[in-house]
Design a protein around this ligand. Structure first.
Ligand code: GAL
Length: 646
């Protein structure tokens, strides 16, 4: 269940055999290679130098390792960029993002598609049936370094083509975008410009289409790579390594092409990336916040339709966050076990050996910089391997009782029209997830439209645009539903629905939103009734047309409503209100909860219960458990696996 990312091209060939042997001895099964090696595979057009990769694959295979081969399209080589500058992306200011790092291409370039197909075909033909090959990774981290969208001439051409397909005529486009506003009407698709460089904000429907267009492009580009790989490499699976807190494109859609999802887990790096308070950042600096990795495990289990890997696991300090502390002793082991608890099939560390040269010199590996000596993280990986070997096979994950519906386009919608500066979709979802996990509940994350019949509780922190499939799935859900603010507040063309928010959800919630307020930091509105606390950042002023009001604002307005099994919350709850709402929902649904302190989390896999301690002190398990790994007292940065006594 363990893997590692390896770059044979970074090391003298004389070291490969010993590296492979030491990986196998450590308990590693999978090794991912190749994803940045284009300049070494094809140093000049058509001159393929596969010899070194042939030998590397043979060495790894001979050591009993299973190989994951990455397609090298994240790093087009210099000769290609010089020959075909039209593959380069542009930033929002119309500046070319040039050669010299990675991800320097735009998904819009037809040349780029042709060149990608060429290198992927060459690799697939050469290695598609290599006996050591387990599967493929397409590209590397779509969207990384803000590379989803691009604002160049190729993008403009491709955007216009995409719009032609969507709207057929300029009239329909004008109608859909509401272009009559500010005289933005166009007479043909050739008059459409990119939503950038305008005096004030461009049309939001146009911007929404620009996000959709890029999201569709990534899915199509990935599909192109998958089709080639499948044709030449039958029987091998394909994945892509997605990222944490990147929602620029619809990952569910991209993953429809894939056999399994994978993601790159850098729990401590993400503490700087996520909008935590400074107090929280300090508190979790050396362990990470206990929901960061789990949220993504649950998300990517959903994206992968039940199957996911961690393709890159942080093994020590990273190099790319604002500050990069050393993880507390035990955390690399804890994160590994936690991923397995959430259903990961494999946890693969990034990287085998710290590179003493180039951009990532400060990034730890399982071995010290340039050395054949395990780092502290490497030692912990070896501990996990030993523990895994001593335990029986892990039981399969079961569906969780709670489903979170995650909607990428709600992220785009609220980025385009935040209305309140701090309305951040990812943050809303994360805080709600945190609240339910603090009740000891397991959570599945699903896409809008996924069947929800088996869940006791469905949570929709928001869903700005509600499509037919998403509405139908909610209508048919068997359990209780909790819907948050701003739901159904835009139609498919990004206009306010004719019936006002929550639009298509109104028959379910029995409510109608007449006004919305965003609240600046420091302002709040108190809620009393079945749940108590404050709303901050955002309030929906709603009428309970056909719903019971369970809690109200001070001015008498509805704060929490219920119609049958559907609850609607009319604002952004701060921690206490959120906690109360989560408890209220669990109570209303009859869910079995086990409230844990802020530093403890639990997760079940089959009948195994995993308890994780992110805090600085011991924590004692509740009574009634038999331990399989660890003890009834979980030490700091430790974990216990246990079974509940019948
Ligand atoms: C990932 C990337 C890797 C490496 C790593 C460093 O985003 O896929 O290639 O750069 O970060 O943490």
């Amino acid at each position: 269940m363990l893997g590692v990312c390896y770059y044979p091209e970074h090391w003298d060939e004389a070291r490969w055999e010993a590296d492979a042997r030491r990986m196998a001895d450590l308990g590693i099964t999978y090794v991912r290679i190749g994803e940045f090696a284009w300049s070494r595979l094809e140093p000049a057009r058509g001159q393929f130098t596969f010899g070194w990769l042939d030998r590397a694959m043979d060495v790894l295979h001979a050591a009993g390792l299973r190989i994951v081969l990455g397609t090298p399209t994240a790093t087009p080589p210099k000769w290609l960029v010089d020959e075909c500058p039209d593959i380069l992306p542009y930033d929002e200011h119309g500046r070319v993002r040039g050669f010299g790092s990675r991800r320097h291409y735009t998904f819009s370039s037809r040349t780029w598609w042709r060149e990608s197909a060429r290198i992927v075909t060459a690799l697939a033909e050469r290695y598609g049936d290599h006996p050591g090959l387990a599967g493929w990774q397409t590209d590397n981290e779509y969207g990384c370094h803000d590379s989803t969208r691009s604002w160049g001439p190729e993008d403009l051409r491709a955007f216009r083509d995409w719009l032609r397909g969507r709207y057929q005529s300029a009239d329909q486009l004008n109608e859909a975008w509401g272009s009559v506003f500010w005289s933005m009407e166009v007479a043909s698709f050739d008059e459409v410009s990119l939503p950038v460089g305008t005096v004030t904000e461009p049309n939001p429907a146009q911007r929404m289409d620009f996000w959709r267009f890029h999201s569709d492009q990534i899915a199509a580009y990935d599909q192109m790579q998958c089709d080639i790989l499948r044709a030449h490499s039958p029987g091998r699976w394909i994945t892509h390594n997605f990222m944490g807190f990147v929602s620029d494109f619809d990952h569910f859609k991209v993953a429809e092409n894939l056999d399994l999802a994978s993601w790159d887990s850098y729990p401590i790096g993400f503490v700087e990336k996520f909008p935590f308070s400074e107090d929280e950042r300090n508190r979790w600096a050396e362990t990470s916040h206990p929901d960061i990795a789990p949220w993504h495990h649950d998300l990517y289990r959903g994206v992968g339709r039940g199957r996911f890997w961690v393709m890159e696991q942080q093994p020590g300090p990273v190099n790319w966050a604002a500050w990069n502390p050393v993880p507390k002793p035990g955390m690399v082991r804890l994160w590994t076990w936690e991923a397995l608890a959430h259903g990961a099939e494999v946890v693969s560390y990034f990287r085998w050996r710290q590179a003493p040269f180039a951009q990532e010199q400060f990034h730890a590996g399982l071995n010290l910089a340039g050395q054949d000596e395990l780092s502290p993280g490497g030692t912990e990986a070896a501990d996990v391997a030993r523990e895994l070997a001593a335990l029986p096979t892990l039981p399969a994950s079961r569906p969780a009782p709670v489903a979170f519906v995650f909607d990428y386009s709600s992220y785009w919608a609220t980025m385009i029209q935040p209305q309140g500066k701090d309305f951040r979709y990812e943050e809303l979802v994360f805080r709600w997830y945190e609240a339910f996990r603090r009740l000891g509940l397991d959570v599945d994350v699903v896409s809008p439209g996924t069947a929800l019949t088996g869940y006791k509780l469905v949570v929709v922190p928001t869903m700005v645009q509600v499509g037919d499939a998403a509405r139908a799935a909610l209508e048919m859900a068997g359990g209780a539903i909790l819907i948050g603010p701003r739901a159904g507040s835009r139609d498919r063309h990004f206009a306010i629905p004719e019936t006002l928010a929550p639009g298509p959800l109104a028959p379910l919630t029995g409510t109608r939103v007449t006004q919305v307020a965003s609240l600046r930091p420091g302002l709040s509105q108190a809620v009393t009734g079945a749940v108590e606390g404050d709303v901050v950042r955002w309030r929906d002023h709603a009428e309970a047309v056909d719903a019971e009001v369970l809690a109200r604002f001070e001015d008498g307005g509805a704060a929490l409503t219920r119609k049958g099994r559907v609850h609607a919350l009319m604002g952004w709850p701060e921690a206490r209100l959120l906690d109360n709402v989560a408890r209220h929902m669990a109570g209303a649904t009859g869910l079995e909860t086990l409230a844990v302190p802020p530093q403890i989390r639990l997760r079940r896999r089959g009948d195994w219960w995993f308890f994780f301690n992110y805090g600085p002190g011991d924590w004692a398990l509740p009574r009634g458990f038999d331990c399989l790994l660890g003890d009834a007292v979980v030490p700091p940065q430790g974990l216990t696996i246990a079974r509940r006594r019948a």
